[in-house]
Design a protein around this ligand. Structure first.
Ligand code: ADP
Ligand code: MG
Length: 691
């Protein structure tokens, strides 16, 4: 909502019923002004709209009724710590008793002859009784806590729902008329949206179910529209800021591609073309490449690096783990050294002498490409002429880190790669500042990883199967359960399992262990031994999840699979099936919950990362799915990215039209909208546009 200049900005104490003490409680909820409290939306509702006469009350009813206090309040104290207050209420049809527990003060509040509206649960104990009813006097503004659909607000313990409701009611009465409609008229018309004031009133105190739905739709639309516009503005700012580098070297890229031992898939070729076009244009590239595990993103990224280096620039390739950095480093060297390209690996565990050499090489321009972890964004890393920045597995990096690496060059092109496919509409939200390319095709000849969900009764057979695979010369991953969100605890459980397997079950086989608490050099040792085939079984935590490539590994066993997210299971499964042998994934699930078996079913039946991520979203909700906080997008107040997909699509369409006609949101029609976009997202927009 647009903040009207005066009343909406007033501190909460301006409202009737709010003193310093209450204002302090509201501040705990982040509510400071009248405008804030008006946009404190309910988290739920309770239908108290059924209004009956006393004679109509029935056992089990939850309903409102009007009545006059017909007796004094009698307080009894049957035992310590319990008081019971009882009073009779009458209307012109009959009499009913109301009973409250531990509210002895009601004696002084409810006076015979006064009229109230009550809401509560009716029970029959000989005569009818209403237990702990809510009651209120009704004035000219109508009922707040009874006789209607009642909002339930997010709160801290000390602020009761009644207080919040009353304060919001007062706020609406006091300042409601200041609410301006920020939505351009044509948008409201085209998408049949309710007006702002109507929506705000009805989100708090719905007149009916329909009114609530209309109100919510409008507010969700508005929230998503504003978010979209913010993201699109950022993208526009990218595009229209300082000109980017214009790369050439099309020939060199072509001959690199032709020199590969395999043909790129059509999807890879298409995406590479999109990247090359971006790189050749004078605008700065900000492109996201999405592709399922094994779709061959790395090769495409490598081709982009060739283009950068052969045009006279350096490239940086940042990945989230040391294991992955080491792996990319060795495959890049293999591919690029024959072309005379100089690649270096920079991580936290590179020795002092070696890292000095690399830092010098990068500063002088002698080294063409740096592959590494976060170590790349340290201040001491200086590039001579950085032209292309690639980050892999984007969901692990925040926008800030990406931007920090970008600042090491002069408007370098940026390429972001992710193997967590997400539905396109959501990608537009989460990566709204990026253009998107999708590699939606796997290289030919890939076999599906046969996936089975089993319970512990199958353990013996699974162990036999592991043995059989090893006997055939293959290798096996065993992923330990996530114990909790703690690397240390996970590490302990992995160590214990590895020890048990190495000393008992598989004492005749070579069992390795890797987890996030090991020193980088140790991890490296373990991975090298697994890659070279000296280890048969690798017990690991999820550190193995991202990108690791050992084609001879054909079996992935996951303990307590029900504790993992589906996208994570899909990532883990992607560690096998990378060679020519048939591969398998076995999911241990001992949970009897329906949702767990639903999830296992998705995994055994589906191999498409996009489908899996939609299911994941459906079963888990988007909250913990993306870590939107890390991405820098503030929590949404009312929209739910999954449930409101239809509204999201419309809001996206509207945002595109608005931005294409009025890039800076300056026309009179869009002015208010533009102001809200900037108010709400100024911090995010700054972070993103810094690069
Ligand atoms: P991603 O990073 O998308 O999971 P990778 O780039 O690691 O996938 O590729 C997985 C494997 O497939 C690598 O061994 C790579 O060399 C190989 N590969 C990539 N593209 C092709 C292709 N077009 N044909 C055959 N193999 C390919
Ligand atoms: Mg990869």
């Amino acid at each position: 909502m647009q903040k009207g200049p005066e009343l909406l900005d007033k501190p909460l104490q301006y409202l009737k019923g709010v003193g310093e003490a209450r204002a302090a409680l509201f501040r705990k909820l982040g509510i400071h002004t009248v405008g804030d409290v008006i946009s404190h939306y309910p988290r739920n509702y309770e239908d108290r709209s059924m209004l009956k006469k006393i004679i109509q009350l029935q056992d089990g009813d939850q309903c409102s009724f009007e009545g006059i206090i017909a007796s004094r309040v009698i307080v009894s104290r049957p035992r310590k710590g319990l008081s019971i207050s009882k009073v009779s209420i009458r209307d012109d049809t009959g009499l009913v008793n109301a009973v409250w527990f531990n509210k002895p003060y009601l004696k002084d509040q409810l006076k015979p002859g006064e009229k109230y509206i009550f809401f509560g649960k009716v029970t029959r104990r000989g005569t009818f009784e209403v237990l702990n009813p809510v009651y209120e006097k009704v004035d000219e503004t109508g009922p707040v806590n009874t006789c209607r659909i009642i909002p339930i607000y997010p709160s801290t313990g000390k602020l009761t729902q009644n207080v919040i409701r009353t304060v919001i009611r007062n706020a609406l009465g006091y300042a409601g008329n200041c609410i301006e409609d920020i939505m351009p008229a044509w948008v409201r018309e085209r998408y049949d949206l309710a007006g702002a004031l109507y929506s705000i009133n009805n989100i708090h105190f719905p007149e009916s179910d329909d009114a609530f739905l209309k109100a919510r739709e409008r507010l969700v639309f508005e929230e998503l529209l504003v978010l979209q516009l913010a993201l699109m503005s950022v993208r526009n700012a990218h595009e229209n800021a300082v000109p980017g580098i214009t790369f050439g070297a099309r020939e060199e890229v072509r001959s690199f591609v032709e020199g590969l031992p395999f043909r790129l898939t059509n999807a890879q070729l298409r995406v590479l073309e999109e990247i090359e076009r971006d790189m050749e244009s004078s605008r700065v590239m900000n492109r996201l490449v999405q592709g399922d595990v094994g779709s061959g993103k790395t090769i495409v990224a490598t081709a982009a690096l060739v283009k950068a280096v052969k045009s006279g620039y350096q490239g940086a390739f940042m990945v989230p783990t040391e294991i992955l950095a080491a792996q990319h480093y060795s495959s890049l060297r293999e591919l690029l050294e024959p072309l005379g390209v100089n690649v270096a690996l920079l991580t936290g565990s590179v020795g002092a002498k070696e890292s000095r050499r690399i830092l010098e090489g990068l500063a002088s321009g002698e080294i063409d490409i740096a592959v590494g972890t976060h170590a790349l964004i340290e201040e001491r890393v200086v590039f001579d002429n950085l032209g292309l920045v690639i980050t892999d597995e984007q969901h692990r990096f925040g926008v800030r880190q990406r931007a920090a690496l970008g600042r090491k060059g002069t408007s370098p092109d940026m390429l972001v790669m992710t193997a967590t496919p997400i539905p396109r509409t959501l990608a537009l939200i989460l990566y709204g500042d990026l253009d998107i390319s999708i590699i939606d095709e796997l290289p030919p000849g890939r076999k599906k990883v046969l996936t089975y969900a089993v319970d512990s009764s199958m353990r013996e057979r699974v162990y036999n199967f592991i043995r059989k695979q090893v006997k055939e010369g293959r290798q096996v991953y065993i992923v330990c359960p996530l114990v909790e969100e703690s690397e240390t605890v996970d590490a302990v459980s992995a160590s214990e399992l590895a020890f048990r397997l190495a000393t008992k079950t598989f004492s005749d086989l070579r069992v390795g262990l890797i987890h996030g608490r090991m020193k980088p050099a140790e991890k490296d040792e373990v991975m090298k031994s697994f890659i070279s085939g000296e280890t048969d079984i690798l017990v690991s935590t999820t550190v193995i999840e991202v990108g690791v490539n050992v084609p001879n590994a054909t079996l992935m066993v996951i303990e307590n699979a029900e504790r993992f997210g589906l996208s994570q299971l899909h990532q883990l499964r992607g560690r096998v099936g990378r060679g020519s042998h048939q591969s398998y994934c076995i999911l241990f699930n001992d949970s009897r919950s329906e949702i767990a078996s639903e999830r296992m079913k998705v995994m055994t039946e589906t191999h498409d990362g996009f489908v899996i991520s939609e299911k994941d979203l459906e079963l888990r909700g988007p909250g913990d799915f993306f870590g939107t906080r890390q991405h820098g997008i503030p929590d949404l107040k009312i929209a739910n990215l999954y449930r409101d997909m239809d509204i999201l699509k419309k809001a996206q369409e509207a945002a595109e039209i608005i931005i294409s006609n009025d890039r800076l949101l300056e026309t009179p029609e869009n002015r208010l909208l533009g102001q809200v976009v900037r108010d709400r997202y100024s911090r995010v927009m700054k972070t993103i546009t810094m690069n």
